[in-house]
Design a protein around this ligand. Structure first.
Ligand code: ATR
Length: 276
């Protein structure tokens, strides 16, 4: 199989590490290459990938929207979010999908199945590209409330337009309001880049309750300051590498048409990220 990743910059991407293990697990011959592409070369790269007869590829920043006009078809869910992270070539017909948000909820469901049983209140922090898929997927999971806190309220407002489910309510909160009311939520999802390779938190968890699940999509470090403080408060945590693995699993299953298992890889991935 000819697979790969298009984005910039991507030299530190962990996707090759993951997909090589999936290829091995299914006994498939193939490669997952990094197609690092600067803005000016994007069209050229697409032409190259067409000629190279790729079976599929992932798309990451800054091209998740820019790829759309180059596709033959876009899956309805990816179209709603307005971003594609996975392209499948079906005999040269390119179809775009988005596995980020569903990958996130799949990983969460695996770690905390009880969270999805009763009506629960969720708070998403951030309203950028990463929050879009997660917000959409959480609304589809039929939580009672999926609220959004963001530094720029207008961005949170436009994100909330993605919610088509009449059963799910969304309130928009300032960071001050979120800090004050943080005890009301059963799940808190941190989707901003704050905390990536830095000891900084997007907002205070002083009022957090013990029985909350706190999730961070940042995975470098694996235990962000946000998750460390949540842990110190007695909350349960959900680390960011899970989303990376599960979105990759869903992408690989689209390319191969076969199921892959992440459990064994998860532990190895954690050791790799901790550089053990
Ligand atoms: P991505 O695609 O990785 O989500 P993005 O679209 O630039 O990146 O969105 C980044 C998110 O992180 C936004 O919600 C942004 O808040 P604003 O909408 O107010 O810009 C948030 N963010 C980034 N840096 C932040 C900071 N220092 N404090 C608070 N929020 C921050």
């Amino acid at each position: 199989m000819r697979l790969g990743l298009v984005g910039y910059p991507i030299q530190h991407s962990l996707s090759p590490w993951i997909h090589k293990r999936f290829l091995h697990q299914l006994n498939l011959e193939g490669s997952y290459q990094l197609f690092e592409t600067e803005k000016e070369q994007f069209s050229e790269m697409i032409n190259y990938l067409r000629k190279y007869n790729v079976n599929g590829f992932n798309v990451t920043v800054p091209y998740k929207q820019q790829i759309i006009p180059y596709l033959d078809h876009v899956d309805g869910y990816a179209e709603e979010i307005g971003a594609v992270n996975t392209v499948v070539s079906e005999n040269g017909v390119w179809v775009g999908y988005n596995t980020d948000g569903i990958g996130y909820t799949l990983g969460l469901k695996h770690a905390y199945p009880s969270l999805f049983v009763e009506k629960k209140k969720v708070l998403i922090i951030g309203a950028g590209g990463a929050a879009r898929g997660i917000y959409h997927a959480l609304c589809e999971s039929q939580f009672e409330h999926v609220d959004i806190a963001n530094r720029t309220l207008s961005k949170a407002n436009s994100l909330s337009q993605l919610n088509k489910s009449s059963n799910v309510q969304t309130d928009i909160l300032t960071f001050e309001e979120a800090e004050k009311n943080i005890g009301d939520y059963q799940l808190i999802v941190q989707t901003t880049s704050v905390g990536m390779n830095e000891d900084r938190m997007v907002l205070s968890l002083d009022n957090l309750k013990r029985d909350t699940i706190v999730s961070d999509i940042v995975y470098q470090p694996l235990l962000t300051m946000f998750l460390q403080q949540a842990k110190d408060k007695g909350a349960s945590i959900h680390q960011g590498h899970t989303m990376l693995l599960y979105q990759a699993k869903l992408a690989f299953e689209k390319w191969s048409g076969k199921e892959v298992v992440v459990q064994g890889i998860m532990k190895e991935f954690e050791r790799f990220l901790k550089k053990e």
